[in-house]
Design a protein around this ligand. Structure first.
Ligand SMILES: *[C@@H]1O[C@H](CO)[C@@H](O)[C@H](O)[C@H]1NC(C)=O
Length: 357
């Protein structure tokens, strides 16, 4: 306000008095105006709330590079964004072990998300359901209190599967990269696209879904070439047999870890990163920002990821899980999930396995 300049020493005392009078009048007018504006008026409160949310949505569109082609689409996405943002605010006010945040998926409904990014229900194939293969590979291992394979250089940077339900290929490839590293060959960057395009005869459907069991079956027969030779395209294409034949890494066999047993799973993770199934179509995953997920995510497996470490000394103890939704999702692309018995939170104990190179 200009009022402060009125006390300036260079001015004559009389002029100051006059100006001070004006200043007081001006201040009174401002206070009156403030009171008028602040009179309860629900219509304008709602309007200003709406404007704030629309500004948030505009910022969101810029940050995540969103373009909506029609006004209809814009309004539809804005409505979904407002509902999801409200859900996220409520969740974050409940003092849970994990927080949700505004990310690239907040303008989508759960149903849309499931359709685009996830597989249909993933089941362990019948004939393999009851048997543990090569359990001797991990069962006498004494699991340390904590382990993180990332710090050993055994895990590639987080990738982004795009609008393709090819999670199974990312989980398979990540496990093979790590097993190749553990076998002493260094860490390769291997091709998910090869599995999408060429893994069909083994029971997979490219971007329409697949299964880590069948992903590993393919790798056992053909091995994998590199990401640079067979780069990712986020769409299922025809298998390029000349690229397929340029093998970079291979596996000898797959260890099937005892299901629904967190102690067995910890011993296995102590030996190598482990591919798992999880249910990932709930808010806990979709809008995950950070912290340790302790519940509310179901056990119908529709996503495949990798456990690359754990901390059993923390309260609550947790798994470190690598996802394939880009590094801007969650904790730099990772999610921590509480260690628990039975099926595990989000079903993470249900279908663990890892390859050996
Ligand atoms: C397969 O990849 C090679 C490059 O390695 C390319 O020259 C060839 O055109 C591709 N074949 C098909 C059928 O796309």
């Amino acid at each position: 306000m200009d009022g402060f300049y009125l006390i300036s020493k260079s001015e004559s005392p009389k002029k100051n008095t006059v100006l001070a009078g004006f200043a007081i009048l001006g201040l009174a007018a401002l206070v009156g105006l403030f009171m008028i504006v602040n009179t309860p008026n629900h219509e304008s409160t709602i309007l200003s709330q709406y404007k704030t949310e629309e500004q948030e949505f505009t910022d969101y569109m810029i940050k995540f590079n969103k373009n909506y082609n029609t006004d209809e689409e814009y309004l539809k996405r804005f409505k979904i964004f407002r509902e999801n943002s409200a859900f996220i605010r409520v969740h974050n006010s409940l003092d849970k072990d994990w927080t949700l945040g505004i990310n690239q998926f907040v303008d989508m409904t759960l149903d849309e998300f499931r359709e685009i990014y996830l597989s249909n229900e993933i089941t362990v194939p019948e004939e393999e359901e009851t048997e543990d293969f090569h359990r001797e590979h991990y069962e006498n291992v004494e699991a340390p209190t904590s382990i993180d394979w990332r710090s050993k250089g055994a895990v590639q940077g987080v990738k982004y599967q795009g609008q393709c339900g090819g999670c199974w290929s990312f989980s398979t490839v990540s496990a093979v990269e790590s097993s190749w590293f553990i076998a002493g060959h260094g860490l390769p960057d291997l091709s998910e696209q090869q599995l999408l395009d060429c893994g069909g005869p083994f029971g997979n459907y490219g971007c329409a879904g697949g299964n880590i069991v069948y992903g590993f079956s393919y790798v056992q027969k053909y091995g994998l070439t590199s990401e640079s030779i067979y780069p990712y395209q986020a769409a299922t294409k025809t298998c390029n047999t000349s690229k397929q034949s340029q093998k970079i890494a291979s596996i000898k066999y797959v260890v099937k870890v005892t299901a629904n047993d967190p102690n067995a799973l910890m011993a296995a993770v102590a030996v190598a990163p482990v591919s798992i199934g999880a249910q990932a179509d709930q808010a806990a995953w979709m809008y995950y920002k950070g912290g340790i997920v302790t519940g509310s995510c179901g056990i119908v497996l529709n996503h495949a990821v990798n456990i690359v470490g754990y901390n059993n000394g923390n309260n609550p103890p947790y798994w470190i899980v690598r996802n394939s939704w880009g590094s801007w999702w969650g904790e730099n692309g990772y999610i921590r999930i509480a260690i628990s018995g039975g099926n595990g939170i989000c079903g993470v104990n249900m279908m663990p396995m890892y390859p050996v190179s």
